[in-house]
Design a protein around this ligand. Structure first.
Ligand SMILES: *[C@@H]1O[C@H](CO)[C@@H](O)[C@H](O)[C@H]1NC(C)=O
Ligand SMILES: *[C@@H]1O[C@H](CO)[C@@H](O)[C@H](O)[C@H]1NC(C)=O
Ligand SMILES: *[C@@H]1O[C@H](CO)[C@@H](O)[C@H](O)[C@H]1NC(C)=O
Ligand SMILES: *[C@@H]1O[C@H](CO)[C@@H](O)[C@H](O)[C@H]1NC(C)=O
Ligand SMILES: *[C@@H]1O[C@H](CO)[C@@H](O)[C@H](O)[C@H]1NC(C)=O
Ligand SMILES: *[C@@H]1O[C@H](CO)[C@@H](O)[C@H](O)[C@H]1NC(C)=O
Ligand SMILES: *[C@@H]1O[C@H](CO)[C@@H](O)[C@H](O)[C@H]1NC(C)=O
Ligand SMILES: *[C@@H]1O[C@H](CO)[C@@H](O)[C@H](O)[C@H]1NC(C)=O
Ligand SMILES: *[C@@H]1O[C@H](CO)[C@@H](O)[C@H](O)[C@H]1NC(C)=O
Ligand SMILES: *[C@@H]1O[C@H](CO)[C@@H](O)[C@H](O)[C@H]1NC(C)=O
Ligand SMILES: *[C@@H]1O[C@H](CO)[C@@H](O)[C@H](O)[C@H]1NC(C)=O
Length: 779
C-alpha cells in the first residue's frame, strides 16, 4: 500500500479505537485516531479540534504555512538553547554541552525555565530547543557543542529536563534535529527551495533576515544531494531515538525535522521516522516543522508527517487540489493544524506577550545572570591537579597567556552564517557555538577581565600575553631590563618571568554548517608547551565545542592543572575564575571521551563526503567504542576531579520491583512518550558516598549497567547518575531510579522494547572507568 493510500484510509477513519500494535499503518499517526493516549495534552487536543472544526480550508492552509487565521495569529518560533537568537537584552547562557557537563538535572531544568521565560518575554511561542541531536557520534562533528554529549541516556535526561523547564515557563519547546543529523558536511542538497528557518512565512521559523547558505563546504558545493544515513534498527532505537523519547515525554510540542536523508528520503519527508516512529511509537502530540530549506516536496512531505511548511509547496494548486483528487486528505490537513495548536492550548498562549523587535527595550533577564554564572562554573571539569596547583591561593604574581583569555576584537556575537570554512579556533574568547546557536550576548566577561578584577581585589601582580604565537625575541634595541621589576621583556618568556602560576587559555571552535578539521591546534599547543617548558606551575584552561585532544602537553611535568569546559556564555571569565581561585569547588564531569590520539577515535565516524553514510558501528560510539576496543583514553567519559576527595561504600543496595520486571516486553498503552510502562520505576539502587576531604563538594555518582550477553549490548552503559553535595566528613546516599526503558533493549524481530532475562551487573563508579562497587541482579 502506498503512503498516499494510507492517508486516504485515515481520511475515512475518525474514531477512538486504541490499536496497541505499531504497524506500518500510518493512519495511526493522526491524533484523532486515538492511537496515542494524550494524557495531559487531551484538553489541548479537544480545544484545538473544536477550533479547527470552524475553519475553512483556506484558513487551515494559511495556518500550516505559517500564517494566522480567525483569532489565531501566526506562530512565532526561534532558536536556540543558548539564548533567543539575535535579541538585545537576553541572557547568553552556557551551551548545551557545558550544561550537560554539570551532570546536574536541576541546573538544566533551571536553565530551561529561565530561558523559556526569555523567549516568552519576547513574544515567541516556540523555542527551537533542546538540541537533542547531533549527539556527537563523530568527534569531528561541528555541531555537538549545542547538545548533551554522545551518551543517549545522559542526552535524553538532559534534553528532557531542558524541555520540562521550558514548558513550565509557558513557551512551547521544540526538539531538534530529528533525526540522525550527525554531521554538517553535505547535510543539505543544493535544491534548497522553500522558506527559511521554520520553512514558512515571514514569522515562521527563524526571524526575518536569518541567513543560511548551503551547508557543507563553501569552497566546494555539494553534489546537489544531501547525504543519506543508514543505521540498523537496534542502534536507531537505542542510540538515536532514545533521547527523543525523553524529550517527547517531557512535553516538547514541536520537532524540527533534519536536512539530511534517512534511508534515501529526506528527514522532512520520511514516513517511517516522522509518522511511524515519532508520532506513533513515541506518541509525539505536537507538530513537525522543517529545518531551514529542509522541505523539498508538496505531497511527500505532507503525507509523510511534516505539519508546517512553505506556501511555495503547500498552496491551492497543490494541497487543495490534492484533497479534491485524492492525493491528500482533509483529515490530514486538520491534523496538521491541530498539531500546531497543541502547544498553543497546552500553554494557554491565547493570552501572551506581544512580539517585540530585536532591539526593542524589553529586558527579559531578571536574575538569570546569576544562574548563568553558577551553571557555567558548575560545568567546568578539573582534569589534572598536581602538587595542589589549584585552587590558586596567595600568589604574588600570575601570568596569563593566549588569545582565548581576552575578547575577540569585534565582540562575542557573530553573524548568523553556517560555519563551513571558519577557523578551528576563535581568535579571542570563545563563549558560544557558531551558527544558529550563536550568542546574543549583551556583554561578555572574559578571563582577562576576571583576572584583572581578581588582581585588583587580591593584590597579586598580573601580566598578560594575549596571543597564541610564541615570540622568543623582542627584536630591535638592546635589552637593559634585569627582569626584577615591572619592566618586561616583550616576549612570551618575558611575560612568564617571575610568575608563580602561568595560566594558558585555548579554545576549539565550530558550529552549525561545518565540521571540525582538527581536534587539537598546533599553534595553541605550541604555546602551552613553550610556557610549560619555562614555568613549573602551568595551568591550562580549555573551552571547546567537542572533544579536544590534550596529549600534546597533558603529561608535561610542569602542566600542573587542566580545567576543561564547553562554551560558557556571558559570564565565562567569572565562572572560570570562580573555580581557579576556589570559590567554587569543581564538580563537572566529562560527557565525551578525550582520546590520547586522534587515531584512537573510531575512524568509521570520520566526516564523510559519501552520499550514503552507514552508522555501521551501531551503538558503539564514544566510551562504548573505547570499552569495546579496550583502548585507554587520556580522560574517560564521566571523569572529573574535585578539591575534596570522596569515598564510596562497598555495598550497592538494589531494590527491584519483581512484579513489574516479570513482563518481558513493554505492553502499556501507546501514550505521549511511548508505551506507558516504559516509564515505570522497576528498580531503585543506592550506595553511600563520603566526603573524606577538607572542603564541601559535589560528587557525581554514576550507575553503569552490564546487560546479559544475549542482549547484545555495549560492555557498560550509563543508566543513572546522581550529583550529591556532601559536607566534609559526612556521608550521603547516591540514589538511582531505573525506568523500565533503562533496562530495555529494542527487539528488532518483535519490534518492541524487551527486558532480556538474565544477569544484570550494576556498577557504581565515579567515571566510566573508575568503578567502585558492583552487584548482580538476576531478572
Ligand atoms: C489502520 O488503522 C486503523 C485504526 O487503527 C484501522 O481502522 C484500519 O483498518 C487500519 N488499516 C490497515 C490497512 O491496517
Ligand atoms: C478564539 O476565541 C474563542 C472564543 O474566545 C476561543 O474558544 C478559541 O479557543 C480561540 N482560538 C484560539 C486559537 O485561541
Ligand atoms: C531503513 O531501512 C532498513 C531496511 O529496510 C530498515 O531496516 C530500517 O529500519 C530503516 N531505518 C529507518 C530509520 O527507518
Ligand atoms: C504552489 O506550489 C507549487 C509546488 O511547489 C509551486 O510550483 C507553485 O509556485 C506554488 N504556488 C504559489 C502561488 O506559491
Ligand atoms: C486559495 O483559494 C481560495 C478559494 O478559492 C482563495 O480565497 C484564496 O485567496 C486562495 N489563496 C491563495 C494564496 O491564492
Ligand atoms: C492531484 O493533483 C495534484 C496537484 O495538481 C497532482 O500532482 C496529482 O498528480 C493529482 N493526482 C491525481 C490522482 O489526479
Ligand atoms: C572543501 O572541500 C574541498 C574538496 O573536498 C577540500 O579541499 C577543502 O579543504 C574543503 N574545505 C573546507 C573548509 O572544509
Ligand atoms: C600575535 O603575534 C604574532 C607575532 O607577533 C602576530 O603576527 C599576530 O598578528 C598577533 N596576533 C594578534 C591577534 O595580535
Ligand atoms: C619546568 O619549569 C622549570 C622552570 O620553572 C624548568 O627549569 C624546567 O626545565 C621545566 N621542566 C620541564 C620538564 O620542562
Ligand atoms: C617552581 O620553581 C620555584 C623556583 O623557581 C620553586 O620555588 C617552586 O617550588 C617550584 N614549584 C613547583 C610546583 O615545583
Ligand atoms: C598519534 O598517532 C600517530 C600515528 O598513529 C602519530 O604519528 C602521532 O604522533 C600521534 N600523536 C600524538 C599526539 O601522540
Amino acid at each position: 500500500m502506498t503512503k498516499i493510500d494510507l492517508w486516504l484510509l485515515a481520511a475515512l477513519y475518525f474514531g477512538g479505537i486504541v490499536d496497541a500494535t505499531i504497524s506500518s499503518n500510518y493512519s495511526q499517526a493522526i491524533l484523532s485516531s486515538g492511537t496515542v493516549k494524550l494524557g495531559d495534552w487531551q484538553d489541548a487536543f479537544d480545544r484545538a479540534s473544536r477550533f479547527v472544526a470552524k475553519l475553512s480550508t483556506d484558513e487551515k492552509l494559511s495556518i500550516v504555512t505559517g500564517n494566522g487565521a480567525s483569532n489565531y495569529s501566526a506562530l512565532l518560533g526561534s532558536d536556540s538553547s543558548a539564548n533567543p537568537i539575535n535579541y538585545y537584552f537576553v541572557t547568553a547562557w552556557p551551551a548545551g554541552l557545558a550544561m550537560s557537563m554539570t551532570w546536574n538535572k536541576d541546573a538544566v531544568y533551571g536553565q530551561g525555565k529561565s530561558l523559556g521565560a526569555e523567549f516568552k518575554g519576547k513574544g515567541m511561542n516556540v523555542a527551537f530547543a533542546p538540541t537533542v541531536q547531533p549527539l556527537g557520534r563523530s568527534p569531528w562533528g561541528g555541531r555537538s557543542g549545542e547538545s548533551y554529549g554522545p551518551d543517549s541516556y545522559l542526552s535524553g535526561i538532559m534534553a528532557g529536563r531542558l524541555a520540562s523547564g521550558m514548558a513550565a515557563s509557558g513557551v512551547t519547546p521544540s526538539a531538534k534535529h530529528y533525526v540522525l543529523n550527525e554531521q554538517e558536511t553535505n547535510r543539505q542538497g543544493s535544491n534548497v527551495g522553500g522558506g527559511m528557518g521554520g520553512g514558512a512565512g515571514e514569522h515562521a521559523g527563524g526571524p526575518p533576515g536569518m541567513q543560511r547558505r548551503n551547508a557543507g563546504n563553501s569552497t566546494s558545493p555539494s553534489s546537489g544531494e544531501a547525504y543519506s544515513v543508514e543505521v540498523g534498527d537496534k542502534a536507531f532505537h537505542e542510540t538515536y531515538l532514545a533521547p527523543f523519547y525523553d524529550a517527547v515525554k517531557a512535553g516538547v510540542g514541536g520537532a524540527m525535522c533534519s536536512m539530511q536523508k534517512i534511508n534515501g528520503s529526506y528527514g522532512c519527508e520520511n514516513q517511517d521516522t516522522l509518522a511511524r516512529y515519532l508520532k506513533v511509537e513515541l506518541g509525539f502530540p505536537g507538530y513537525v516543522h522543517p529545518d531551514a530549506g529542509a522541505q523539498h516536496t508538496s505531497f511527500d512531505s505532507a503525507n509523510a508527517g511534516l505539519d508546517y511548511g512553505s506556501s511555495s509547496y503547500w498552496n491551492n494548486s497543490t494541497l487543495v487540489v490534492g484533497i479534491a483528487n485524492g492525493t491528500f486528505s482533509a483529515a490530514r490537513l486538520d491534523d496538521m493544524v491541530i498539531r500546531q495548536l497543541m502547544g498553543h492550548f497546552k500553554h494557554k498562549q491565547e493570552v501572551y506577550p506581544d512580539h517585540v523587535g530585536y532591539t526593542d527595550n524589553v529586558d527579559v533577564r531578571g536574575k538569570h545572570g546569576d544562574l548563568a554564572r553558577q551553571y557555567a562554573a558548575e560545568s567546568l571539569v578539573l582534569l589534572k591537579n598536581t602538587a595542589s596547583a589549584l585552587p590558586l591561593r596567595s600568589k604574588k604574581a600570575i601570568s596569563i597567556f593566549g588569545a582565548h583569555a581576552a575578547p575577540r576584537l569585534m565582540g562575542p556575537n557573530t553573524a548568523l552564517t553556517v560555519m563551513s570554512g571558519v577557523g578551528a579556533t576563535m581568535d579571542g574568547h570563545m563563549s558560544q557555538n557558531g551558527g544558529s546557536a550563536m550568542s546574543s550576548a549583551a556583554f561578555l566577561v572574559t578571563p582577562f577581565q576576571a583576572f584583572n578584577e581578581r588582581a585588583q581585589a587580591d593584590g597579586f601582580m598580573l601580566k598578560w600575553w594575549l596571543n597564541n604565537t610564541v615570540v622568543k625575541s623582542s627584536g630591535g634595541g638592546m635589552q637593559i631590563s634585569d627582569g626584577s621589576g615591572t619592566e618586561i621583556s616583550e616576549t612570551t618568556l618575558g611575560i612568564a618571568d617571575g610568575a608563580e602560576a602561568c595560566v594558558v587559555f585555548l579554545n576549539a571552535w565550530a558550529g552549525e554548517g561545518g565540521d571540525r578539521s582538527e581536534l587539537a591546534n598546533a599553534e595553541s599547543d605550541r604555546l602551552v608547551n613553550y610556557v610549560a617548558d619555562n614555568c613549573n606551575n602551568t595551568i591550562v584552561v580549555v573551552n571547546t565545542v567537542g572533544p579536544r585532544l590534550l596529549d600534546q602537553w597533558a603529561t608535561h611535568d610542569n602542566v600542573t592543572g587542566i580545567l576543561y569546559g564547553g562554551p560558557l556564555g556571558q559570564s565565562s571569565g567569572h565562572a572560570i575564575n570562580d573555580v581557579l581561585f576556589g570559590d567554587v569547588n569543581p564538580s563537572g564531569r566529562l560527557v565525551h571521551t578525550i582520546a590520547k590520539n586522534e587515531s584512537d577515535y573510531d575512524q568509521n565516524t570520520q566526516i564523510s563526503e559519501d552520499s550514503v553514510i552507514s552508522f555501521s558501528e551501531g551503538n558503539y560510539i564514544d566510551y562504548k567504542y573505547f570499552d569495546q576496543k579496550n583502548s585507554t583514553p587520556r580522560y574517560e567519559f564521566g571523569f572529573g576531579l574535585s578539591y575534596t576527595a570522596f569515598k564510596y561504600g562497598s555495598k550497592i543496595d538494589i531494590a527491584p520491583d519483581s512484579q513489574l520486571l516479570s513482563n518481558e516486553f513493554a505492553t502499556g498503552n501507546l501514550a505521549v512518550g511511548g508505551r506507558e510502562d516504559l516509564w515505570d520505576i522497576v528498580a531503585e539502587v543506592n550506595i553511600d558516598v563520603s566526603n573524606v576531604g577538607k572542603v564541601a563538594g559535589a560528587e557525581v555518582a554514576q550507575l553503569y549497567v552490564e546487560f546479559p550477553a544475549s542482549a547484545n549490548e555495549p560492555i557498560r552503559q550509563l543508566r543513572g547518575f546522581h550529583k550529591v553535595e556532601i559536607e566534609p566528613g559526612k556521608t550521603e546516599k547516591a540514589q538511582f531510579q531505573l525506568r523500565r526503558r533503562d533496562l530495555s533493549v529494542w527487539n528488532v524481530e518483535k519490534q518492541e522494547w524487551q527486558v532480556v532475562r538474565g544477569d544484570y551487573k550494576f556498577i557504581v563508579g565515579s567515571s566510566s572507568r573508575d568503578l567502585k562497587a558492583s552487584s548482580i541482579l538476576t531478572i
